[in-house]
Design a protein around this ligand. Sequence first.
Ligand SMILES: C[N+](C)(C)CCCC[C@H](N)C(=O)O
Length: 264
Amino acid sequence: MPVEEFVAGWVSGALGLVLGHPFDTVKLLGFFKGMSFPIASIALVNSVLFGVYSNSLLALTATSHQERWAQPPSYTHVFIAGCTGGFLQAYFLAPFDLIKVRLQNQTEPRAQLGGPPPRYRGPMHCAASIFQKEGPRGLFQGAWALTLRDTPTMGIYFVTYEVLCRQCTPEGQNPSSATVLVAGGFAGITSWVAATPLDVIKSRMQMDGLKRRAYQGVLDCMVSSVRQEGLGVFFRGITINSARAFPVNAVTFLSYEYLLRWWG
Ligand SMILES: C[N+](C)(C)CCCC[C@H](N)C(=O)O
């Protein structure tokens, strides 16, 4: 199994993430909180995404990444491979994303002298206390909503990238850096716009039981959120998600493509 894709995904994901983190946190007030942890985790998660995506395409079309611009795979194959990558990475992402959301939502001012200590002192403490209270399953709270969010939208992500690259590149040639940046940026925006409704639900499931009442499941969370806040609830954070998505995914795809070209 070719491994370059895993390594390229690893590095490119980390680079994209550093750029996007302030955007990611601004919607929750607490700027650089929890930065070191996602950098380490994105490496793993992005390598699973790109590695599985590329190896699924290899299985479906029998073309390796070196041959892919000369013999482009069909969009159906790109979509299926993207969904497969999205589905599998969701399980790696779930515990890390849970911890990120829990820490970012911890916006109470730092414990003052004599005041109560914060619930979580950092990512490791957060992971350990969830594990102690609820066991390993606790670390996967919200994982189902995350899987529903990422499986189709990662298909959309790679299809958008491919469509835009092919549109701007003469047949059989490698896309230029500018094309990769723009196509990667728009792939990020399109998939985040599609993912935002389930992103809202996913975060609520991850915070469930901590601040508010327990939901029965994903559907119950959707229905009661809409009842209480109207349909607009599904578009919460869509602007900040899109603003973040462009630079993050432009850099992710550019570094991914360059690393792969560099390795031949
Ligand atoms: C599928 N979904 C839209 C959720 C994410 C697509 C882009 C993933 C990228 N690592 C980022 O953080 O932007």
